[in-house]
Design a binder for this molecule. Structure first.
Ligand code: DGL
Length: 275
């Protein structure tokens, strides 16, 4: 089948967050078709055990490989923390682009010597983040703020409602009071809240969005010998199909007919219903 041999870029996240990375990939590689998987049926990943996140990530990886992925972008800090190293071991023939909180550029740029990091719980307790702090945060104070409610707010796009705004203010207060002048968006959902966050923290605080760097890394890892397929970009979700379609338009201006991804009982395999 054409779809199974087409050379594409596979991208996945627990929900809409990875679209903040996908739009950068489309910008850097406009002729490379992408297949985006939003596992909204299992959202949020951030409060789940590592073994569960790994099982979901592995099943999505197998699906993307079947569909012809030549590079897989784990557009999710949480799934990267739980699964990146294991997936690289299990599928050595395929390059994976993973995500870690972008502490390095923030630590290089901070003038106050204080960096804030917003992430999910699973990212904050993962070994990947500990290594990032050891490697890049020497001489800098890092305030890590676990912010699960912000994932929900981004999915609902409720950041400008009074309730959403109150949660954002409460979440950001320790970073502001701690003197952070760089805030790392350590969850791919958070760039979609950037306007609201910037309003609260003020113009003198920089927000660090790793999306553009991840897109450039994806371009570097695309196997040069492979011609990208001439097919449209595709989108699937394990959540609510009409809601996903609406948010694709709102967040990245895409008018696509997404497909539904149905998980089988084992939770380690799924089928995609098209149309
Ligand atoms: N977008 C995901 C990340 O980058 C996490 C959202 C979730 O908790 O499911 O960490």
């Amino acid at each position: 089948m054409a779809a199974q041999t087409a050379n594409i870029i596979g991208v996945f996240d627990s929900g809409i967050g990875g679209l903040s990375v996908l739009r950068e990939i489309h910008h850097v590689l406009p002729a490379h078709p992408t297949l985006y998987v939003a596992d909204q049926g299992h959202l949020p990943y951030g409060s789940r055990p590592q073994t569960e996140i790994l099982a979901f990530s592995d099943a999505i990886t197998r699906y993307l490989l079947e569909q012809g992925a030549r590079v897989i972008v784990i557009a999710c800090h949480t799934a990267s923390a739980a699964a990146l190293y294991t997936l690289r071991e299990r599928y050595p023939h395929i390059p994976f682009v993973g995500m870690e909180p972008a502490v390095k550029p923030a630590a290089e740029r901070t003038r106050s010597g204080v960096v804030g990091v917003l992430s999910t719980e699973a990212t904050a307790r993962g070994a990947l983040y500990k290594r990032v702090l050891q490697r890049y945060a020497r001489g800098v104070r890092v305030i890590t703020q676990v912010a699960p409610d912000l994932v929900r707010i981004a999915e609902e796009q409720s950041q400008h409602t009074p309730a959403g705004r109150a949660v954002l203010e409460r979440t950001l207060r320790p970073l502001i009071e701690g003197g952070a002048d760089e805030i790392v968006l350590g969850c791919t959902h958070f760039p979609f809240l950037a306007d609201a966050i910037q309003e609260i923290v003020g113009a003198n605080v920089a927000l660090v969005n790793p999306g553009p760097a991840v897109a450039r890394q994806t371009a570097r890892l695309w196997p040069v010998a492979e011609q990208p397929a001439a097919i449209p970009n595709r989108y699937v979700t394990s959540g609510d199909l009409p809601a996903f379609q609406r948010i694709l338009t709102t967040l990245i201006g895409v008018h696509a007919q997404p497909a539904a991804l149905k998980w089988q009982a084992s939770n380690t395999a799924f089928t995609v219903e098209v149309g």
